[in-house]
Design a protein around this ligand. Structure first.
Ligand SMILES: *Cc1c(COP(=O)(O)O)cnc(C)c1O
Length: 368
């Protein structure tokens, strides 16, 4: 909470219109379109929903293939599997958990329809390379920017580069509304249909703008728009975005300064920010040497009342997808699945808490 969340929720309730696309939804759309130059923004009830909208918009046919990293959240792939697509998993880079742009081209076939990139920890994938491949083979690029609010690739805001992009405002992200998300449409061809899909397959949005005199069922769709009460909470956060980001960057840099000598001495690795990327301080993670060391570190932190957690399991080895996967080994993805640990990271984290966490990690690493 940063200040006006409850005040804006009250205003929304008193406005008499608490369903979707009320005043705070419009304000949130304008905020993002102005601050980051996104062509068209549509709030959704989650990033998962925004991904499902993206999968509907690119008109996937069963057996179409979609290339994405295996080291990601299940929604990134589920959205496309729901449309009948086959997921082709690519490995992560050696130095970051992001998709390795150099391993994409070899996975492209006649059936490939799209590349989905995930800006892990809010740090950009190598978008120039990826967009060039997409252009060469006439593929769509969807940015899963769930973690990537207020982050940039060579000066361009993440979410503004692919044909479509999705954000999350889940309470674990930088900017939150409990549950919440957003679809970004950078390609004009999708704008009209996105509004229809989000409104249960009807042209109600055009009707509310007075462009048509009645609305009806014109396409497939679902109910993807959030209540304006959710948007009211979100807008209060957006007004404080710069302050939230400043605090988070402070925390991130404190971890970085405190733990970089462990990286230099080879005990653990800390995040690398590629030259083309900015760091939006979504997450601070360590990469241990192996799963045993990671488990020991997590237990040790737990004994000291510090809750550090690992992250994704490789989707290509998941119970649901392992027998549908093409069998390729994805060693970098497996390394992050086994060795990455996330440190506590939230706006209210105090100086003393961060100092204590750093001290305990250094003790753990250097004692052995
Ligand atoms: C959080 C997250 C999601 C899901 O977001 P929801 O808003 O909870 O649906 C999807 N992809 C990535 C990479 C995420 O980090």
């Amino acid at each position: 909470m940063t200040g006006k969340e409850t005040e804006y929720i009250r205003q929304s309730v008193e406005s008499g219109k608490i369903s979707g696309d009320g005043i705070f939804t419009k304000k949130s759309h304008e905020f993002f379109e102005q601050k980051y130059g996104f062509k068209k923004c549509l709030l959704t009830t989650s990033c998962t929903d925004a991904l499902e909208m993206a999968a509907l918009l690119i008109d996937l046919k069963p057996d179409d293939e979609v290339i994405m990293p295996s080291y990601t959240f299940v929604s990134t792939s589920n959205a496309f599997v729901l449309r009948g697509a086959k997921i082709i998993f690519a490995d992560s880079e050696k130095e970051t958990p992001n998709i390795d742009a150099d391993k994409i081209e070899e996975l492209i076939t006649e059936k490939t329809k799209a590349i989905v990139v995930v800006h892990y920890a809010g740090m950009a994938c190598d978008m120039d390379k990826i967009m060039a491949i997409a252009e060469k083979y006439n593929l769509f690029v969807i940015e899963d920017a769930a973690q990537a609010v207020d982050s940039f690739y060579n000066g361009k805001p993440l979410g503004s580069i692919g044909h479509l992009a999705t954000f999350s405002f889940h309470e674990t992200k930088n900017i939150i509304s409990g549950e919440g998300g957003m679809l970004i449409i950078n390609d004009d061809r999708f704008i009209k249909r996105a509004e229809i899909i989000r409104e249960k397959g009807t042209n109600r949005s055009a009707f509310f703008r007075g462009e048509i005199d009645k609305y009806g069922w014109v396409d497939i769709g679902s109910s993807f728009l959030p209540s304006d009460i959710i948007a009211a909470f979100l807008f209060a956060q957006l007004e404080n975005l710069d302050d939230i980001q400043k605090r988070r960057k402070y925390i991130w840099n404190k971890y970085y300064q405190g733990l970089k000598e462990l990286d230099e001495k080879g005990f653990v690795k800390i995040p690398k920010t590629p030259n083309y990327a900015t760091n939006n301080a979504h997450m601070f993670y360590l990469v241990c040497k192996n799963i045993e060391e990671r488990s020991a570190l997590i237990s040790h932190l737990k004994e000291n009342n510090i809750n550090a957690v690992f992250h994704y399991l490789s989707l290509h080895k998941s119970p649901f997808y392992q027998d549908k996967h093409d069998g390729k080994e994805l060693p970098n993805c497996d390394k992050y699945a086994n060795c990455l640990v996330r440190l506590p990271f939230y706006y209210e984290l105090t100086e003393e808490q961060i100092d204590k966490i750093i001290k305990i990690i250094i003790e753990f690493c250097t004692k052995k």
